[in-house]
Design a protein around this ligand. Structure first.
Ligand code: ARG
Length: 455
């Protein structure tokens, strides 16, 4: 009945489903920090002696060194990180080790460890996003007047500047950073001292442990403290939105590096060759960043479903909170680093971008706007006249700025040679000086204000 690895019977099966040390050992540093803060507080409140506290600290330091050196004797029988460390502490220091768990439970312990781990990553992501924004701003600075086609429906729409395109992503990633910062303020409360679920009769000082661990304050409700996981959900949701933005930029990199577009070049640092087609240079890094959003969004879904039916307070279901978060945050960390690298690495192909910017009658709107501004034509009529002129150019197989004035006049006699001042892609982009528009001057101003914000 108990096939394969569970041949030893229910005991082995129970251990297999219950054990978490294989993944929650990633919380070792947080667990040790929490135990040090807790034992400091126990001694300060005279719940344990100063000698016991010192022995506990010494033992924990040794354990930390063992874990870092890879010599810690991990045990599956001891289930999780908390019991592994506590048992080792007792081996090392004897009875004093048994006093560490006074006035706390694994429930507030794991909630504290996990919060600390998530907080560290939320801070890491904010820093990584800053680095990514810096790379985008550098590209924008170098390409404030690099003209490229702007798209809607992936159809050439109007010329824009490459710098403007880069800064659009800087805006998105800055909002992502703000979401992580916002999440940080809410998650930064300490569950430690909530004990199993109801608090404890010992005269503990939760303010003290909260402060020692860098939390703003202790959580106000012990039931909430041990059962809340919305801090992880919130961080995952910020991660999901951020990964969505990374995926969109990745998609553009994939399109832009294709032989059909050739808008940018990536070096060998972020591309790979094909094993069979020698001419190929594949944007694998961008493709993989694009794909990471799957597991990140999946983690949000997984944890939401774990949590959605749980009554207060702690249930063992919550042990399933860690793996999705670890996996998602590893993916986001890598994705953010790879994207910052790719943005710095890419070289826009200015000739090709300019050529593409002029194709597909991308300055048709400029022609219509000229008719409105110079001939006082209603925009709808100007749109119609422009459509007729575009059809003429299309028939002759020329771009709008190459169409003869006489041909344009055959449609609207009041058109003058001034029209040619607005028909090139550069003129089109340069004219878009409205706030938030694509003109090179606007981009330069934005670059200046980004650089001021970033320092
Ligand atoms: N390994 C557990 C977890 O990750 C620690 C808390 C266990 N608490 C308990 N009452 N069994 O959730």
């Amino acid at each position: 009945m108990w096939g394969g690895r569970f041949a030893a019977g229910p005991g082995a099966l129970m251990q297999a489903i219950n054990v978490s040390i294989g993944f929650d050992r990633r919380l070792a540093a947080q667990d040790i920090a929490g135990s040090k803060a807790h034992s400091d507080m126990l001694a300060a409140q005279s719940i344990i002696t100063a000698e016991d506290r010192d022995a506990i600290h010494m033992g924990l330091d040794e354990i930390k060194a063992e874990i870092e050196a890879g010599t810690f004797p991990w045990s599956e029988e001891l289930e999780d990180i908390h019991l592994n460390i506590e048992a080792r502490l007792k081996d090392k220091i004897g009875e004093a080790g048994g006093r560490l768990h006074t006035g706390r439970s694994r429930n507030d312990q794991v909630a504290t460890d996990f919060r600390l781990w998530v907080r560290e990553h939320v801070e890491l992501f904010q820093n990584q996003l800053t680095a990514l924004i810096e790379a985008l701003v550098e590209q924008a600075d170098a390409n404030a007047d690099t003209i490229m086609p702007g798209f809607t429906h992936l159809q050439s729409a109007q010329p824009v500047t490459f710098g403007h395109h880069m800064l659009a992503y800087a805006e998105m990633f800055a909002r992502d950073r703000a979401r992580f910062a916002d999440c940080h303020t809410r998650l930064n409360e300490s569950p430690l001292g909530a004990a199993a679920l109801a608090g404890t009769p010992y005269p503990i000082d939760r303010e003290m442990t909260a402060k020692a661990l860098g939390f703003s304050r202790p959580m106000a409700n012990s039931l909430d403290a041990v059962s809340a996981r919305d801090f992880a959900l919130e961080a995952l949701s910020a991660a999901t939105i951020c990964a969505t933005h990374l995926s969109r930029l990745s998609e553009e990199i994939v399109i832009w590096t294709s032989a059909q577009f050739q808008f940018i070049k990536l070096t060998d640092a972020f591309t790979t060759g094909s094993s069979i087609m020698p001419q190929k240079r594949n944007p694998d890094a961008a493709e993989l960043v694009r794909a990471k959003v799957g597991r990140i969004m999946g983690a949000f879904t997984a944890l939401s479903i774990v949590m959605k039916g749980l009554p207060l307070a702690y249930s063992k279901d919550m042990q399933e909170d860690k793996e999705p978060v670890f996996d998602a945050f590893d993916a986001l960390e890598l994705g953010l680093a790879a994207m910052a690298g790719m943005v710095a690495d890419m070289t826009p192909n200015k000739e090709r971008l300019a050529e593409a910017a002029g194709a597909a009658f991308s300055t048709a709107t400029d022609l219509a706007d000229w008719l409105v501004m110079n001939l006082n034509m209603p925009f709808r009529d100007a749109h119609h006249v422009t459509g007729t002129i575009v059809a003429l150019a299309e028939k002759q197989g020329v771009t709008l700025d190459a169409l003869a004035l006489a041909d344009m006049r055959s449609v609207e006699p009041r058109i003058t040679s001034d029209i040619f001042n607005v028909l090139t892609p550069l003129a089109s982009a340069t004219s878009r000086t409205s706030y938030g528009g694509t003109s090179p001057d606007n981009v330069r101003q934005q670059v200046t204000s980004w650089k001021a914000k970033l320092t």
